[in-house]
Design a protein. Sequence first.
Length: 292
Amino acid sequence: MNALPDASASAGDTTHSASASPLPSIIDELWDRLADLSPSDTVASEQVVAAVDMIDSGQARTAWVASDSGEVVVDERAKRAILLAFRLLPMVESQVGDFRYDDRVPLTTRLEGVRAVPGSIVRWGAYVAPGAVLMPSFVNIGAYVDSGTMVDTWATVGSCAQVGKNVHLAGGVGIGGVLEPPNAVPVVIENDAFISSRCMVVEGARVRAGAVLGAGTILTKTTHVIDVQTGEELARGEVPAWSVCVGGTRSRKFDGGEFGLPCVLVLKRLPEGSAHDKAALNEILRDHGVSA
């Protein structure tokens, strides 16, 4: 089995083709007859469970970043396998301690080397690498959380979101998920990023390596990103690497008056590879009424 590289440095093309997927082509054949499938199709169920098991173990993943182009590559076949699981698996009651669940998707059983605090939930089909820390939080199916990353209290990692190494998702952070359509690009948080409390990163937005989002920042795929030092408008929905950013507003005139629309402001560029000192970050952010 060919191992797929991590969320910030991966090999592969950017065509969103399933041809490079480590999952078997039978998944595509089952997808083509999705409407005819049901939980009674035991052979199909076994094939889909085997495929999602590969995602659950990290042998396959729903998306990654191509090392040559820097673009996000989506494995449509992996997403199809997850969607097929929802079609083929029956509702089952399960119990963990005093808590009971009814779902088609069980919890993962693979958390070796992960510090998983009581109250942390990881669904089957999500991969959390050894060395990660999960406070009471939620990691949805298809997501990938790499080593050294902390998913802090009440943070959520949505379906198929890709989170790199040594990332801190602070309390209450919401990382959005996407399963459909299968070629939709998920949220990507690259290595060494720091996402402060109550930030929301959704709709296929991307936080580049080492970037810091100040508390409460909202980043979507269409959010305007502006460098306050130059006034330059950067790529929408992407926070540049090794930068400190906060949520802001930009003025726009309408027939009914002038109003402020949300944007993300790049306050400062950090030296590449620099450690994130919280006191130093707060010094940068405090004049703007935001903290790290």
